[in-house]
Design a protein around this ligand. Structure first.
Ligand code: 13P
Length: 253
């Protein structure tokens, strides 16, 4: 059965006090209000992970990381490996967020290695894809997404592809307040599922969660999540407000 997931990517936000307040509010509100079986994930900056895990202990909330290095270990000052993240008990790791692709020049081949590291350590990668505004205007969005998916994921075994979550985040919708319409998002999600069907199988493709990200808010989440191929969301700005994040969790069908 396909999992429905709402993951809050805090990005570079979360000073100590905010981390404590936000995580404890999310944990408490989730316990009191959310009963639709959605898997909710908090993804703070690395340094906040321990605190968020402590606050989430005993609750159904999962905790993730925003990135990892492609090597197993070694002299890479300032970096963190999947092995370290796994040893601290993390569940999810975002790989290939558009901000990593754009500001840190992370390309599909490198991201494929990072995805492998996450699998090697038995965590779930949330592999992000999405086109820029320019690519969409040039009508190249299908081509760009196909390349991101095939180069980043299609080397995976059937076992590992089933343990992968995909997030479609059109770059032009991230932090801009411009959401893809539910129809536009559904079109891409169905396209991605079709690529998975062709590479693996229909049965396999049906098992994989594909999240939408890009200005998801409480007032547009239900419509997006009602689409047949949208299995939850990757939430940026709205995940920093406990009320909004919980309302988005509740919007899952
Ligand atoms: P916003 O929800 O702030 O647009 O960010 C989306 C995102 O990039 C989540 O990873």
């Amino acid at each position: 059965m396909r999992k429905y997931i709402v993951a809050g990517n805090w990005k570079m936000n979360g000073k100590q006090e905010q981390t404590q307040i936000l995580a404890s509010e999310v944990v408490n509100m989730y316990k009191d209000e959310v009963n639709n079986g959605v898997t909710a994930v908090m993804i703070p900056p690395f340094i906040g992970i321990g605190e968020v895990q402590r606050l989430a202990k005993g609750s159904p909330l999962k905790v993730g990381a925003q990135n990892c290095h492609q090597e197993e270990s070694g002299a890479y000052t300032g970096e963190i490996s999947a092995a370290i993240l796994a040893s601290f008990g993390l569940d999810y790791v975002i790989i290939g967020h558009s901000e990593r692709r754009e500001y840190f020049d992370e390309q599909n081949a490198l991201l494929a290695q990072k995805v492998d590291q996450v699998h090697r350590h038995h965590m779930t990668p949330i592999y992000c894809v999405g086109e820029t505004l320019e690519e969409r205007e040039e009508n190249r969005h299908f081509e760009v997404i196909e390349q991101q998916i095939s180069e980043g994921l299609f080397h995976l075994s059937t076992d590992n592809i089933q343990r992968t979550v995909i997030a479609y985040e059109p770059v032009w919708a991230i932090g801009t307040g411009k959401t893809a319409s539910a129809g536009q998002a559904q079109e891409i999600h169905a396209f991605i599922r079709d690529l998975l069907t062709k590479r693996y199988s229909e049965a396999m493709a049906q098992e994989i969660s594909i999240l939408y990200g890009g200005s998801v808010k409480p007032n547009n989440a239900a419509e997006l999540f009602s689409m047949p191929d949208i299995d939850g969301g990757l939430i940026g700005g709205a995940s920093l407000q406990s009320r909004d994040f919980i309302d988005i969790c509740k919007a899952v069908k």
